[in-house]
Design a protein around this ligand. Structure first.
Ligand SMILES: [Zn+2]
Length: 454
């Protein structure tokens, strides 16, 4: 068994891993790097040169795990693609959304062209779907072993449809956690791990460098957020919460609704918009199909005003309200960026940072600023003073680092490969695993460096 990282090793980027099991080639995830543009954002597909590629399995529909899939399929048109039914449904929405984003980003780019809506339609139609725990077989198209590889998806908690992937062949097993969360959010319950041991574990490390006291329980953080929100709303202010359209928007919307229902948060207008609203519908449609904290709850029952119907964004600051806008990391040219730049000028308003911010994004700069500071949202932007308040809350959809160690304890692998984390995070997890299990072989994935698994 050979494991070859094509992306998403050494940072949180374009997740993509190649696996060769007895001549059958399987790719797990094909994401676009959220901070890079053009060809730089792609996984290193050229490393696949002359290697067999038979199937692609996608752990979940976040951009950094899915959005390069149309490019991969252009190069390997006969490969099978398999996901959970929920990931397939969301992929249809997010990949079409990526078409418009890429058209904008790749203007004048001679090396990469945006994929087209027709390609996305064809691709989505070809995706096979398997529910959690339903087993499926993968056979090599040309070179593979005569015995098939058995695969299955396991609920990873993280977002709707997210899966860990278990692969078995000839008595050997490998488990990819994908992005995983063991604890409950507002909508999503925690992950269900396979009830068995495995030979190799490919483990995400997002929160490896974050002390778990920094990631309090969801309910507790929600109350703290409501307390602060009430102060701002009472002054007639507007609150901007930058969110990812997939996952964080739905979880925050549900959280706000619960707080308002309980009387903990003052009732006010809530604004949402764009592809996130379509994803809300996918969440609602699946509320009995997958595990939920409360299957009766529907996002459609939360009254929302449409951000895209507002002609002038300054209007948002004329009366109190809460604005949930993408991108989550306040990337330039997105709605959250445009609203944040306006919010900075309003002393009675506030920005709530509720998730992970990559150090190279405007969201990170915001998260490190306070009222009275001078801020430059991007290197080319004019410095301006922060007049609004900025508060940080931690609502995580990724496992805390102690939970990552619990996964290792439960699955008892002989090999652990660490992926999807900054260097410091990978280092902490690697050392912690070795301290507890000195006989395990622990390796940090490196792009282009193949690992032979015995
Ligand atoms: Zn994710």
């Amino acid at each position: 068994m050979q494991f070859l990282p094509l992306g998403g090793a050494g940072d949180i980027g374009a997740s993509c891993y190649y696996l060769n099991i007895a001549g059958t080639g399987i790719i797990v995830d094909a994401g676009l790097h959220p901070r890079h543009f053009g060809i730089e954002a792609l996984p290193q597909f050229d490393l696949l040169h002359e290697l067999p590629v038979d199937a692609g399995l996608i752990t979940h529909a976040h951009q950094d795990h899915l959005s390069a899939l149309p490019y991969l399929v252009q190069q390997h048109p006969y490969m099978r693609i398999i996901t959970t039914p929920q990931t397939r449904g969301i992929a249809e929405l997010t990949l079409h959304n990526s078409v418009s984003i890429l058209q904008e980003q790749l203007k004048g780019d001679e090396l990469l062209r945006p994929y087209e809506h027709e390609e996305v339609d064809m691709l989505v139609r070809s995706i096979e779907w398997k529910s959690y725990h339903e087993s499926f077989d993968i056979r090599g198209y040309r070179h593979g072993s005569t015995t098939p590889i058995h695969g299955s998806f396991h609920d990873a908690g993280h977002i709707l449809g997210a899966a860990g992937i278990l692969l078995e062949h000839d008595g050997r097993t490998i488990y990819f956690t994908g992005d995983v969360n063991l604890t409950q959010q507002s909508i999503q319950p925690g992950a269900i791990l396979p009830d068995r041991t495995v030979d190799t574990l490919v483990l995400e490390c997002t929160h490896g460098a974050t002390e778990s006291v920094m990631l309090p329980e969801w309910e507790r953080e929600a109350k703290a957020m409501a307390h602060r929100a009430n102060q701002i709303l009472a002054l007639g202010g507007t609150i901007l919460i930058p969110v990812f359209a997939l996952g964080k928007l739905q979880e925050m919307l549900c959280t706000l609704w619960r707080l308002m229902e309980a009387g903990t948060l003052s009732r006010t207008d809530i604004y949402t918009g764009g592809v996130g609203r379509k994803i809300n519908m996918a969440y609602d449609r699946n509320r009995y199909a997958v595990r939920r904290m409360d299957p009766e709850f529907e996002l459609a029952s939360v009254q929302q005003k449409d951000l895209y119907e507002i002609e002038n964004l300054d209007e948002l600051f004329r009366q109190p309200g809460i604005v949930l806008a993408s991108s989550g990391m306040v990337v330039e040219r997105t709605l959250s960026y445009r609203i944040a730049s306006r919010c900075l000028r309003h002393a009675n308003s506030g920005i709530f940072i509720v998730g992970y911010m990559d150090p190279e994004t405007p969201g990170y700069r915001l998260s490190r600023s306070s009222r009275g500071d001078l801020i430059q949202l991007t290197n080319s932007a004019e410095p301006e003073s922060v007049r609004c308040s900025i508060d940080r809350f931690r609502f995580t959809s990724h496992a805390r680092r102690e939970d990552l160690l619990t996964i290792v304890r439960r699955l008892q692998p002989s090999n652990v490969i660490l992926v999807h984390g900054e260097e410091e995070a990978i280092h902490w997890i690697g050392s912690a695993i070795l301290t507890e299990h000195p006989n395990m072989k622990v390796r940090a994935a490196e792009i282009g460096r193949s690992i032979t698994l015995d």
